[in-house]
Every structure is written in C-alpha cells, then in structure tokens.
Design a protein around this ligand. Structure first.
Ligand SMILES: [Zn+2]
Length: 343
C-alpha cells in the first residue's frame, strides 16, 4: 500500500525493538527442522497442524505452547540458528537495534546447560551489527510463575559465568505473580549494575506497574497497556516519561484487546505516554515489528510523524550508547524526509 498522499508509507521507520522474546521467534519451519536435527518427536504431524494451535484464549494458553515448542532447542547451534533467523528478518523490517529477552530458567529446567542457551544466543549477537546491521543487547528474563529463589539462583550463575547480559526482565504468567514477589532479585541485579525491566499491566492490573516502578525500580515497563484503567498511574507515567514497550498484535492475539481497532495505543500516544511498538513473540502473533507498524497505519491511519515519534521513542528508551542513539535518530529524520510527499 503506497498512499503518500495520506502521509502514510509502506516501509516502517528504522526502530529499536525493545520487547522481543527470542524463543518467541521460533518459526514452525525451524521447530520442525530442529526436531528432526535433534531426533525429537513433535505432537503434530506437520506445520499446518502446529499452526492450527496458534489460536490463543489468553496469555497462559500461549505460554503452554511457547514452552512446549522450546523442547527442540537443545544445542548451542540451535540457539544461534534461532537468533540469526530473527536478526535477518528483523533487519529486513527496519530494526536497527534490538534488546533481546531470553528465558534461561525455561531451558535449564529442561536439562539444557545455562552455558548452552546463553552462549548460543550470544554467539549470534556478537556479530549481529556486522552481519545484519543490528546492534543488540541480551536481557535475561525471569519466570514470575516460578519461585524467586529459582531466579536468584540462575542470576548468580549468570553473574559467576560473566554472561554477556545487559539486564534482567520479568515475564510469564502475570496475574497472581505481582512484581513485589521479586524484590530481592531486582535488588541483586541493581547491585550487579544490570538494567532492569519487567512485564506489567499486560493482563495484570495497573497496580503492578506501580509495584514494578517502586519496588523493582525498573527503567521500562513491558506492555503497560492496563495503565489506561488508572488516571493516576497514567499521569505519573506521562510526567516521568516511563517507556512502555507496547506490542499491539500480541495484545490482539492474546485477547488483551478484542481487535486492533480497540487498541489504546493511539490514545496512549496522543496523551503523551512514552510508547514504542514491538513484536513480543513474532512467530506466534502474526508479525514482526514492521508488520505491527503497517497494521497500525492500515487500521489507525498512523501518519509518518506519528510513526516517527514511536520510532524515536524506541531509540531513546533503549540501553544503546548515546552515540548509537544519535546515529539512529538521524536515520529516523532521514526516513521522514523520504516518506513525506515532496514540498
Ligand atoms: Zn512479552
């Protein structure tokens, strides 16, 4: 769709992807080829049968399949191949910087060594800028439906092995697992100099956002869309410009919103929240970050300037160096010039 006259464009802007689970990039084709490589029997006959399961009722129904499919990830090479596949596709869609979450507990609990999953992903990230033009950071995400002591144990192992992680995150089943459950984990991460982010306000209430900020001292909120239910929380997020890494297609596919037309992102942008657009688990939710942008243009008529604001928010909210941020913000400026109709 090329509708420059309406100030929209088919190409998404250069962005930083800040909310991406690397295990959520496992495409069905790769699941089947890794299963064959590792001699793993899958409970599906073919890719079509697997894809039929991608109809989710809620976050948990997705997580059940997300964790089950990880069974094919056994060797360092498996993790490297998965990460390279994502970086190649993300780069094609305009991603220039990616801060990638991985769930180490989901792998060590399957008998995969911590070094295997960490080194496998890290090997792909080490040359991502040269290979794909994407600068990257790795974030260890911890499972909130497991005990805090399990997370603390894995974090200590990551620190002991000097794992190349920039920060920690908190994901998995949100309701009933409030951020306050992980106060010691986040205190330890802060003492170790790690950046801190957390999922909050996806299915959980706006109060989880407040807990993540005041008890875990996070710098970014993953999702955060349920802030819109609490005026005071919204006012604080606007005043403090707390980054919210929103995932529109994910919210539709996990039924956090009924359809994209109902998504609060346009209002969130309009009232001055510091929002970015991300793909979350693109292999499961029908699109990479550029597909999210294109759906937002199609359904909500996001203009070139609005897309540029979202892109600039993603870059400014990243943990990239100031030099890298300036470089990417200049690319967004150039994208706007190329996307707007000639004066
Ligand atoms: Zn997520």
């Amino acid at each position: 769709m090329e509708t420059i006259g309406e100030k929209t464009t088919t190409t998404a802007p250069p962005v930083a992807e800040l909310h991406l689970h690397i295990e959520g990039t496992l495409q069905p084709e790769l699941i089947f080829s890794l299963a064959e490589r590792n001699g793993i029997d899958l409970p599906y006959q073919d890719i079509d049968e697997l894809r039929e399961k991608y109809e989710f009722r809620d976050l948990q129904s997705f997580l059940d399949l997300y964790y089950a499919n990880m069974a094919v990830l056994q060797t360092e090479q498996d993790f490297t191949d998965m990460t390279c596949d994502y970086l190649k596709r993300a780069a094609a869609g305009g991603v220039r910087h990616a801060e990638i979450m991985m769930d180490p507990q989901a792998h060590v609990s399957r008998g995969v060594a911590l070094e295997t999953c960490v080194n496998g992903v890290a090997k792909a990230l080490a040359t991502s800028n040269e290979d794909f033009g994407v600068s990257t950071l790795l974030i260890a995400a911890f499972l909130r439906d497991m005990p805090e002591d399990s997370a603390l144990d894995v974090l200590e192992q990551l620190l002991d092995m000097n794992a190349p992680i920039a920060g920690i995150g908190l994901d998995s089943a949100e309701v009933g697992n409030p951020p306050s459950k992980f106060q010691r984990l986040y205190q330890r991460a802060g003492e170790a100099g790690l950046r801190r982010i957390a999922h909050a306000g996806e299915e959980g209430p706006a109060s989880y956002i407040t807990e993540a900020l005041d008890i875990l001292h996070v710098e970014r909120i993953d999702h955060g869309i349920r802030c819109m239910e609490d005026t005071e929380v919204v006012q604080r997020l606007v005043a403090e410009q707390v980054p919210l890494t929103v995932c529109p297609l994910s919210n539709v596919r996990l039924r956090a919103v009924d359809k994209l037309e109902d998504h609060p992102l346009p209002e969130m942008l309009a009232i001055g929240l510091n929002v970015s657009v991300n793909s979350d688990d693109p292999a499961y939710f029908g699109g990479y970050v550029d597909d999210n942008y294109q759906q937002l243009v199609k359904v909500h008529g996001f203009s070139v300037p609005e897309q540029a604001t979202l892109a600039a928010n993603s870059i400014r909210s990243s943990f990239a160096s100031d030099e890298r941020k300036a470089e990417l913000l200049e690319e967004v400026t150039q994208w706007v010039k190329e996307s707007l109709p000639p004066q």
